[in-house]
Design a protein around this ligand. Structure first.
Ligand code: HEC
Ligand code: HEC
Length: 452
């Protein structure tokens, strides 16, 4: 493969330049190759429940126990919730993986044509849950203590923009958190430049809740709504399970709520449960490949075709984390040696794209960032940029895709072929190239995906 240097190394990247295969007019977009420092090492992979080295194995096991813990009303569950434990939605093939569970998001357009968060009436219409797009599927009431509290959320006719969102894989996400913003921004720039704007990933600055005022490029969630695993854990603990924490001090509704706030337990080591969840995710190993299938001639051919027709322009093969000691999340974290300068293979760019599958939903500020979002001035956070994500989704990282029978954000594609041919918009050219391949070349790409 011919590699050309097309861009002067920025000062932050003394070690090399992004490279790409030479591409002529009408040629498919090139695979993006992030420069890898020669001192970088490969991150460990596996589904063995062992730590990647950021914590010792017994700490990691204790953190997994917290992640796996089934919580009840007496612990603070609800009032509105989706499940009783993180594991319920993140457990294939082990704790921290993805699952078939989806959740429901809705909203509507306002008179100005802009997206509006949902208004969901509960309690016989006497109370409205606002400021959210998530509709919780479960509620703790009516129950023995509050037999007359009817708080179950349902989608009203007026919330006519509706989607399902699939649960995501968390294994290896500590590596994703440790990627420098500049790397993601540069990928977006290279995509735009090399495809003459046809492919243009959006890098979105989002709040770091544990460092008020600080933002980083979002990389977690279907809309890149978070950049920090601690922020995401607190968001999930409230919105999936109904647990308040110091980052989300308010319940979604106080109706039939008997637990005192915050619900989150702080342990003898000073860590609250949501901090343990984040430490658990940060210490997970990246998903391992199916090395048997990967070694077959068909999968190897598929791997080459995947690059050659332009899939790897968005599904970027290899990323590298910033150096150990780099300050992250506004000083809240420092990259540990186990996560510093590690290469890993997510097959994703963590950027937002319109590939014609957009669900029309803009992320809800108070839902994801808590009440503080309007009280703090977040550097580089722009409501207009968030608005532009309405019909974009984060490139689905393909590591571990063989373990996901239901594909795409809405889990509506049931075969890899269906998921590929659904790509339109920014991916139209690439998707057309896939369509023009012979049946056996298409099968080779699918065999390759089944090895991931
Ligand atoms: C009811 C199912 C459900 C439960 C319970 C749940 N999650 Fe999730 N999780 C999801 C879904 C769905 C997404 C994708 C959300 C989106 O972007 O709309 C997700 C995304 C995530 C992500 C982002 C991963 C990535 O790579 O983008 C993290 C981190 C996460 N969850 C952590 C947690 C933690 C920690 C808990 C327990 C407090 C938890 N989740 C509980 C369903 C769930
Ligand atoms: C312009 C960027 C872009 C290109 C090019 C692209 N994809 Fe995607 N891909 C995405 C996005 C964005 C999603 C998520 C879309 C959604 O969920 O609605 C996705 C989702 C997928 C999924 C579903 C994964 C899952 O976990 O649900 C597969 C499989 C996939 N892509 C394979 C491919 C293949 C194969 C190619 C080349 C033929 C390709 N993609 C080209 C951006 C891209």
């Amino acid at each position: 493969m011919v590699r050309v240097r097309f861009w002067r190394p920025a000062p932050w990247l003394a070690l090399g330049a992004f490279t790409l295969a030479a591409c002529g007019v009408g040629a498919p977009p090139p695979p993006i190759q992030v420069p890898i420092p020669s001192s970088a090492a490969e991150a460990p992979t596996g589904f063995d429940n062992r730590s990647n080295g950021t914590t010792d194995d017994s700490t990691h096991q204790a953190d997994q126990d917290a992640f796996d813990e089934v919580e009840g009303i007496e612990d603070g569950l609800g009032p509105l919730y989706n499940a009783q434990t993180c594991r319920e939605c993140h457990q294939d093939p082990t704790s921290g993986g993805a699952s078939q569970i989806t959740e429901l998001r809705v909203g509507h357009l306002g008179p100005d044509g802009r997206f509006q968060n949902a208004d969901i009436p509960i309690a016989r219409g006497t109370v409205t849950i606002a400021g959210r797009t998530l509709v919780n599927d479960r509620a703790i009431c009516p129950n023995a203590q509050f037999p007359d509290s009817e708080i179950q959320e349902r989608v009203p006719d007026t919330e006519n923009i509706r989607t399902m969102r699939a649960s995501l894989n968390l294994l290896g996400d500590g590596l994703v958190e440790a990627v420098a913003d500049e790397t993601l921004i540069e990928i977006a720039r290279v995509q735009r430049r090399t495809t003459r704007g046809a492919i243009r990933g959006q890098a979105l600055y989002v709040p770091i809740l544990e460092a008020p005022g600080v933002t980083r490029i979002g990389r977690f969630g279907w809309k890149d709504q978070h950049a920090s695993l601690l922020s995401f854990s607190a968001d999930a603990y409230l919105n999936e399970m109904g647990f308040t924490t110091r980052l989300f001090p308010d319940e979604v509704t106080t109706l039939c709520n008997a637990a005192s706030e915050p619900n989150d337990t702080t342990h003898a080591d000073g860590l609250a449960d949501f901090e343990r969840f984040a430490r658990f995710v940060r210490a997970t190993k990246a998903p391992a490949r199916d090395t048997v299938l990967a070694a077959t001639p068909t999968a190897r051919r598929g791997s080459e075709l995947f690059d050659a027709i332009g899939c790897a322009t968005c599904h970027v093969r290899t990323l590298v984390t910033a150096a150990a000691g780099t300050i992250l999340n506004g000083g809240a974290d420092t990259i540990p040696p186990a996560l510093g300068e590690k290469t890993f293979h997510p097959f994703g760019d963590y950027l937002l794209h319109n590939v014609g599958t957009g669900d029309g939903i803009v992320m809800a500020m108070p839902e994801h960032y808590g009440p503080a979002v309007y009280k703090v001035l977040w550097r580089e956070f722009s409501i207009d940029s968030v608005g532009r994500t309405r019909n974009k989704m984060r490139t689905a990282p393909l590591w571990g895709v063989r373990l996901r029978p239901r594909l795409m954000h809405d889990a509506a594609s049931l075969t890899l072929r269906d998921a590929i041919v659904r790509h339109r918009g920014e991916a139209s050219g690439v998707s057309r190239k896939f369509g023009k391949l012979t049946r056996s070349d298409q099968a080779a790409i699918i065999a390759f995906l089944q090895s991931l």
